[in-house]
Design a binder for this molecule. Structure first.
Ligand SMILES: O=C[C@H](O)[C@H](O)[C@H](O)COP(=O)(O)O
Length: 233
């Protein structure tokens, strides 16, 4: 999908931002367009404050001149705009391909609304069929945690797998919080709420990339323009 279309979706989200808003700034190639376009608005006089969901986004936002804050100073935000790896018909999401899922989820949960921007390759019938679920884990006890996640995958009834992100390249990927990521392929996830609970019951799991009932609106870029998806429609 072209960067131009991602930027169009990002432009629709920027059009919803008003002066005075506190805005969560997502992470990834689509959110990058949003931050860029928001920076243009700020330089033209829009008065907003951003809370970034990653060090990468923080650095881009600073370069764009967006004033930044954090969730210690601002407990609630008006809106978060972020990308996604999979979006189902009820606007439940898989996120975390960029490894920012923990901060993204904390920021989204602190926001009155979450708007997702994406291209139409991200829209799926059921979560998990295409994309492995990123699971952020503590370094301590990695082997045991991995075995417990693998047990969940095995019990899911498909030929799933669990990989430590970066392991094949020789250097495990480290998140901004200093954790590791297990990419767990479950196949179609028929009961996302149940899986979410099972994962969070594993002590070494810090968080996972299932974003359930958090997003109410998505702008999805297609070759024929940007579609608006609303939860419950
Ligand atoms: O950790 C990364 C995030 O969840 C991203 O928002 C997600 O991977 C989508 O990124 P992109 O817009 O680059 O496809």
């Amino acid at each position: 999908m072209s960067e131009a279309l991602k930027r169009e979706a990002a432009g629709r989200a920027v059009a919803e931002i008003r002066s005075g808003m506190k805005v969560g700034l997502g992470t990834g190639s689509t959110a990058r367009h949003f931050v860029d376009l928001l920076g243009e608005k700020v330089r033209a006089g829009m008065d907003i404050v951003g809370v970034p969901t990653s060090e990468a986004t923080a650095s881009q936002a600073r370069e764009c001149g967006i004033p930044l804050s954090d969730l210690d100073t601002l407990a609630r935000l008006d809106v978060t705009v972020d990308g996604a790896d999979e979006i189902d018909g009820d606007l439940n999401l898989i996120k975390g391909a960029g490894g920012a899922l923990l901060r993204e989820k904390i920021v989204a949960a602190a926001s009155d609304a979450m708007i997702v921007i994406a291209d139409d390759t991200k829209v799926v019938e059921a979560l998990g069929g295409r994309f492995p679920l990123p699971v952020e884990v503590n370094r301590f006890g990695l082997g045991a945690t991995r075995a417990l996640v693998q047990r969940l995958v095995d019990g899911h009834g498909t030929d799933g797998w669990v990989k430590l992100r970066g392991e094949e390249a020789g250097t495990p990927f480290e998140t901004d919080g200093g954790h590791l990521i297990l990419d767990a392929f479950f196949g179609r996830i028929s009961q996302p709420e149940a899986l979410s609970n099972e994962l969070l019951n594993i002590p070494g799991v810090v968080q996972h990339g299932l974003f359930l009932n958090m997003c109410r609106k998505a702008y999805v870029a297609t070759p024929n323009g940007v579609e608006t998806l609303l939860k419950g429609n």
